[in-house]
Design a protein around this ligand. Structure first.
Ligand code: SIN
Length: 279
C-alpha cells in the first residue's frame, strides 16, 4: 500500500496523500477502510474524479447503498446530489447526524466529492464518537452500555420535512418518501473494523431509547447530542476544487455548515453499504 496518512491532530480525521482515487486497487481499498475505522474521516486534495470514477472508486471500497431520499444525479443514479441553490434558506445535513442510522444495517460510510463550491463558507464539520464515548464517566458508560435506541427516517424526512416551506421540500427530495420501519441499535457499538467503542445516537434520526417513552428519553438524549457536538471532538474541513472526503458513519457525526446564504453549492455523495451493529 503506497499512500501516506497524516492525522489532522484533532480528535478525528486524517489527510491521505500520494494516492490517485481514480486508480486504486483492492489492497489500497482495504487499507483505506482500515484507516477510516481508525481516523473516522479521510480527506483528499487535488483529485479530479469524474462521476464514473467516483462510482468505480466507491465500488473498490464496498457495495453502494443508494440513498432513498435525496435527488439522484440524472445520469448516474448511484450518486445522490447534495445541492443548495441561492434561494435556499436550509441546507441538507445541517444538523449533526450520521447517515442511514435508520436502516437495520446502517451505511458504512459516504464519499463526498465537491462539484460546485460557494465563494465563502460551506465547510463540513465532523465529530468523533470514539472521543465522545471515551470522555464520559464510568457511571454514564455503564448506564449507556445497557441501552438500545430507536432510529427513524420518518423523524427527519417526514416530521422534519413538514416543517420546511414547500418550495424547499420539493427542491430536495423525491415525490415519494419511502419510510422504512423504525430500527433499534445499541447506544454504544463496537466498531466493526477497529473494535473500539463508539457512541451511536444522533440528533437527526434517534427518537428515543428502546422500551422508554419519548418524554423519558429526551433529557438523556439531549445531553448526548450536546456532548457529542463538543468542540473538543470535532474537526472542520474546508473544501476546495478537487477535494474528496470519506467518513465512517459508525464512529462519526457530520454537519454541513449553513453559512453561504445566496450562493450555490453542489456535492456528489455515494454511500456505502454497512452491516448490522453490535454492542
Ligand atoms: C451530508 O450530510 O451528507 C452532506 C454534507 C455536506 O454537504 O457537507
Amino acid at each position: 500500500m503506497s499512500f501516506t496518512v497524516t492525522p489532522t491532530g484533532a480528535a478525528l480525521g486524517a489527510f491521505v496523500s500520494d494516492i490517485r482515487l481514480s486508480e486504486i486497487g483492492a489492497a489500497e481499498g482495504r487499507g483505506l477502510i482500515e484507516a477510516l475505522g481508525e481516523h473516522g474521516v479521510l480527506f483528499f486534495r487535488g483529485q479530479e474524479l469524474s462521476p464514473a470514477e467516483h462510482i468505480a472508486f466507491a465500488r473498490s471500497l464496498g457495495e453502494i447503498d443508494t440513498n432513498a431520499f435525496f435527488a439522484p444525479n440524472e445520469d448516474f443514479p448511484e450518486i445522490a446530489e447534495v445541492r443548495t441553490r441561492p434561494e435556499n434558506a436550509y441546507v441538507i445535513g445541517e444538523a449533526w447526524h450520521t447517515d442511514h442510522s435508520y436502516e437495520t444495517a446502517p451505511a458504512l460510510g459516504s464519499i463526498l466529492v465537491a462539484r460546485r463550491l460557494p465563494s465563502r463558507g460551506g465547510d463540513t464539520a465532523f465529530s468523533s464518537m470514539y472521543a465522545a464515548y471515551e470522555a464520559l464517566s464510568d457511571g454514564m458508560k455503564a448506564t449507556l452500555g445497557g441501552l438500545r435506541a430507536v432510529h427513524s427516517s420518518y423523524e427527519a424526512f417526514g416530521v422534519g420535512l413538514s416543517k420546511l416551506p414547500e418550495s424547499e421540500r420539493n427542491e430536495r427530495f423525491k415525490d415519494s418518501y419511502p419510510f422504512g420501519p423504525d430500527v433499534v441499535h445499541p447506544v454504544v457499538i463496537s466498531h466493526p473494523v477497529s473494535g473500539r467503542a463508539a457512541l451511536y445516537v444522533n440528533r437527526s434520526f434517534t427518537t428515543r431509547f428502546d422500551e422508554w417513552t419519548v418524554h423519558e428519553s429526551r433529557p438523556l438524549l439531549e445531553f448526548l447530542f450536546e456532548h457529542g457536538a463538543s468542540v473538543e471532538f470535532t474537526y472542520r474541513f474546508r473544501w476546495a476544487p478537487g477535494s474528496v472526503a470519506i467518513w465512517d458513519n459508525r464512529c462519526t457525526w457530520h454537519k454541513a455548515l449553513n453559512d453561504y446564504r445566496g450562493e450555490s453549492r453542489l456535492m456528489h455523495r455515494i454511500t456505502l453499504k454497512g452491516c448490522a451493529l453490535a454492542a
